[in-house]
Design a binder for this molecule. Structure first.
Ligand SMILES: C[S@@+](CC[C@H](N)C(=O)[O-])C[C@H]1O[C@@H](n2cnc3c(N)ncnc32)[C@H](O)[C@@H]1O
Length: 391
């Protein structure tokens, strides 16, 4: 194949090429990233890192604040029209639109004329993924900017101190969660983003057999306590999966008071009881069949993760209660690590002095509390899934 043929065959590839074959699509994405790295000269890589990507993210943030995504449609519009629709200066609008089109967020159809894309439509839904952009703007940008100085100051030691995490240097508070309490708008962005990225993900009961929990359930305590369960999405999935036959099973949603208040507005199934609870305190729900923790322990280094697990171990019944962790297991080989997961690991470091753990690190943590890793029920190809733990 000559260079022209190669180019045209590449430009014909898109999501449809792979139909429902998600794993091959992911492989292709990874190949495409590797292709960019092979094609780029060093200065082009720097250009992408320092100019294109950060600028695109901040342009998306500005365009979202201005209402540009909500105003874009499948009918072509120019900067004058979009300026009128958003009450903004058309010259400013034209510059932002150009950046958005260069970054494949919207589509150019003619000189200064654009249409929406699937992506920009998703960004136009204020309750969706755009909250990830707002969240990163609220917290991530400043915090990542402070990380190099923090690591230099601490002599390049791996951060494990939750009393003084990198986050504190820039946000002025050591606790990410206390900062959210004091910044409700940012907290709402975070919670909405978390819910929105999970919309497309298969619910956990689709890859973890709930029958295991139901079969041995003796009704003495709750069937499942979702510890740090946010606004209850995972418990709702569980209630939907176990269906009407098991409406008597008690499900308990626990989180910090402000999150529980937000969860009260969610119209959750009536079998879900809401309790404000700090997971470092004595667990009030004794003898539950399962204590479920989704993306909780990756927020904490080992000392604090041990404390959380110890409270659950003391509340559970040995041989009966399980701990069900919905978490990532970081692959040992970089070739198997998704870029998002490596980035999340660094973000956990910056927010919390925490980490994404490999299987070895998970096993060591569980062993240290006298708990036993039983099995990793992986959501295929994602390195995420359910770690089933016995007491
Ligand atoms: C990364 S979020 C995960 C939320 C939910 N499990 C999910 O996956 O959608 C971490 C959750 O832990 C809660 N949290 C943080 N510190 C807590 C504490 N000390 N006690 C209880 N919940 C806490 C936060 O409010 C937040 O909802």
């Amino acid at each position: 194949m000559n260079a022209t043929d190669t180019l045209s065959s590449l430009s014909n590839v898109d999501r449809r090429t792979f139909g429902d074959d998600e794993s091959t699509r992911m492989q292709a994405l990874s190949e495409a990233r590797a292709l960019v790295a092979r094609l780029e000269k060093p200065w082009e890589s720097v250009d992408r890192m320092v100019w294109s990507q950060p600028t695109l993210m901040l342009t998306v943030k500005t365009a979202s604040d201005m209402g540009i995504f909500a105003a874009l449609t499948s009918s072509p519009q120019n900067s004058e029209q979009l300026g009128n629709a958003t009450g903004a200066d058309p010259i400013l609008v034209s510059r932002l639109l150009r950046m958005l089109a260069v970054g494949f967020v919207i589509q150019e159809v003619d000189v200064d004329t654009y249409i929406a894309s699937e992506f920009s439509n998703a960004l136009g839904d204020g309750q969706g993924i755009v909250n990830g952009i707002h969240h990163f703007y609220d917290v991530g940008v400043q915090q990542m900017a402070a990380l190099p100085a923090y690591l230099q100051k601490t002599g390049y030691r791996n951060p494990t101190d939750t009393a003084h995490p990198p986050f504190e240097d820039i946000m002025g508070m050591s606790s990410y969660w206390d900062w959210f309490e004091a910044n409700p708008k940012a907290h709402a962005h975070f919670n909405t983003f978390l819910s929105s990225i999970r919309v497309g993900q298969p619910p956990w009961p689709s890859y973890y057999p709930l029958s295991q929990l139901l079969e041995a359930y003796d009704g003495a305590g709750a069937l499942c306590v979702d510890v740090g369960g946010g606004k209850g999405r995972d418990l709702k999935h569980m209630a939907d999966a176990i269906g009407d036959q098991h409406r008597e099973c008690v499900l308990v949603l626990q989180d910090l008071p402000s999150v529980i208040k937000a969860a009260e507005k969610e119209s959750l199934p009536s079998q879900i009881q809401l309790i404000a609870h700090n997971f470092f305190d004595v667990q009030p729900c004794k003898g539950a069949r399962a204590y479920f923790l989704h993306s909780i322990l990756h927020d904490w280094p080992d000392v604090e993760a041990c404390k959380i697990l110890t409270q659950l171990k003391q509340a559970g019944r040995p041989g009966y209660s399980k701990i069900v962790l919905l978490e990532a297991v970081m692959p040992e080989r970089v070739k198997d690590v998704k870029p998002r997961m490596a980035a999340l690991d660094i973000n956990m470091m910056a927010h919390f002095s925490a980490l994404e753990r490999t299987e070895k690190q998970w096993r060591r943590l569980l062993d240290s509390v006298g708990l036993r890793w039983v099995k990793f029920w992986e959501l295929k190809g994602s390195s995420q899934g359910v770690i089933e733990v016995e007491m």
